[in-house]
Ligand binder design. Structure first.
Ligand code: AMP
Length: 507
């Protein structure tokens, strides 16, 4: 039985030794090099004497080095916590205060930058760590002592109160998830993944560990290509990348700029997977038109349940203004749709909206050193009064459609009451996103003036009256935005999603 994710690297280094495991803009790392260097890092961590299950911060720009460091930390029976090198100083300090790490892995160059933060621990400089012949002997007894309930990583997500929340995920949750991903999508050593997600964002878990497990190659796509869709597609083509798992924002960008029309990607892309926010059918239909033979799958889930817990692999046609289902739970995962009185909503109660709650091995241990927030989100299953059983309350709203599939209905906290009507702002956004000229849109509720405000980016000038008239065909009149603000570009947060806090400031 597999206990630790490090076993994947042990096996892949044997089976695919000289094959490229990771390719980035600096070069490539074979599976053997991956393991050799990570064992050297593990030995340094063990030698530092910090002990087991301690946080080790990884502070490096997105590159193969980061993944080698992650595995090094895992082999040493500690857990890693990546910090974005562009994160504002005050936020880094908040994270360091929570983690209180004794070690950071960084580069010579970035050490200077890290020195300005509130950190009093030791530095491990990546370039200075050299493999030695005793590494295996020193590390193996430690890695063999790993429990599958040990933490593998802590990823920080933004907290509503301004203090980031550190989500702690165990080895077992990642093993469970990746076993499913690789078998569901038939991943093998011949595959090549194109990584978009930053390594401090949970979408990267699928990229990192699916490739590690199967011997597939992970291409770290240079960030700047995401603003140059034609070059981006050329990059995928040249490197024979056949699998992508991106946030919808990036897929939308490629569709909007009609890059697929100019670069022939037939027989290149085999799988288009996405997660993290709503994927509008208008743009998905564009991808489907140009790449009809690819597998498309909509994965859903928050960081707190190990990346994703439900999925829907597209198997039928959708019109541009329809919602794409988030589908059904993955194996070994249960979804409880609970109404406001904590009653279970069943598949035959079509359209009834409830909070999506999750049960299973995928659940995080909670928020690192934050019992208060942990206890509000990770709660006793209200349907079980017989023994302790945790569920995670996502704050997302969902309902069942006529196929028994889950439909995402927005956030619990974006539901509004306007003129006595209960409204999901996501419904208006889905409607507007089906219009040809609208690139992105986002609706907020202006409580001060009791009005719905819509922010849009568009390929042309926005005729507000015309937009409202078109919307009136899709949503009830009380849902029509009273104010429409055109922006040159939508503000995005670090994960590439629309930054609603920034928009609020513009109301
Ligand atoms: P994160 O923890 O950053 O992955 O964000 C998780 C949140 O993103 C979820 O709680 C949802 O609100 C949203 N989300 C994730 N996947 C999807 C999806 N496939 N469709 C719609 N929203 C999604």
């Amino acid at each position: 039985m597999q206990i630790s994710i490090t076993e994947w690297l042990d096996t892949s280094a044997e089976e695919y030794s000289e094959k490229n495991a990771i390719v980035d803009s600096h070069g490539m790392v074979t599976f053997t090099e991956y393991r050799t260097k990570s064992l050297a890092i593990a030995r340094e961590i063990i030698d530092s004497g910090i002990g087991h299950q301690q946080p080790v911060v990884v502070f490096m720009g997105k590159s193969a080095k980061v993944l080698v460091a992650f595995l090094g930390v895992a082999y040493s029976r500690c857990f890693y916590s990546p910090i974005d090198v562009d994160m504002p100083e005050s936020r880094v300090n908040k994270i360091l205060e929570i983690l209180a790490p004794k070690l950071v892995i960084t580069t010579r160059e970035l050490k200077e930058k890290f020195k300005q933060y509130s950190f009093e621990g030791e530095y491990l400089i990546y370039e200075d760590i050299l493999p030695s012949k005793n590494d295996n002997d020193i590390v193996t007894p430690v890695s063999r002592s790993i429990l599958d309930t040990d933490l593998l990583y802590v990823l920080f997500t933004s907290g509503s109160t301004g203090v980031p929340k550190g989500v702690g995920i165990r080895h077992r949750s990642v093993i469970d998830y990746i076993d499913w991903v690789t078998s569901e999508f038939g991943i093998c050593e011949e595959d090549a993944f194109g990584s978009q997600a930053p390594f401090y964002f949970d979408n990267s878990i699928l990229d990192i560990y699916s490739t590690l497990k199967t011997g597939a190659t992970l291409y770290i796509i240079p960030k700047e290509l995401f603003s140059k869709p034609f070059e981006l597609l050329e990059y995928l083509k040249t490197n024979k990348v056949n699998t992508i798992f991106w946030v919808p924002t990036e897929l939308i960008m490629v569709a909007k700029l009609k890059a697929l029309k100019k670069v022939d990607m037939t027989n290149v892309i085999k799988r288009v997977l996405f997660c993290g926010e709503v994927m509008p059918n208008k743009e998905l239909n564009f991808w489907r038109e140009y790449l009809p033979n690819a597998v498309y799958s909509n994965l859903y889930g928050p960081t707190e349940i190990t990346d994703a817990c439900t999925f829907y692999t597209i198997d039928r046609e959708f019109s541009n203004d329809e919602s794409l289902p988030i589908g059904k739970p993955m194996p070994n995962t249960e979804i409880l749709l609970l109404d406001e009185e904590n009653h279970l909503i069943t598949t035959n109660q079509q359209g009834k909206i409830g909070e999506l709650c999750v049960k299973g091995t995928c659940l995080a241990v909670g928020y690192y050193k934050n019992p208060e927030k942990t206890n509000t989100a990770f709660v006793q299953n209200p349907l079980n009064d017989r023994y302790e059983e945790k569920i995670y309350r996502t704050g997302d709203l969902a309902s069942y459609n006529e196929y028994g599939e889950l439909i995402y209905n927005g956030r619990k906290d974006f539901q509004i009451k306007h003129l006595g009507h209960r409204i999901e702002l996501g419904e208006i956004e889905t409607a507007a996103s089906s219009f040809e000229t609208i690139i992105r849109n986002c609706c907020l509720y202006d409580t001060k003036h009791s009005r719905i405000v819509m922010f849009v980016t568009s390929t042309c000038e926005v005729d507000r009256e015309e937009l409202r008239n078109k919307l009136a065909k899709l949503v009830p009149s009380y849902m029509l935005p009273e104010k429409i603000i055109k922006l040159d570009s939508m503000p995005l947060n670090d994960n590439g999603k629309i930054d609603r806090n920034k928009l609020k400031e513009m109301i």
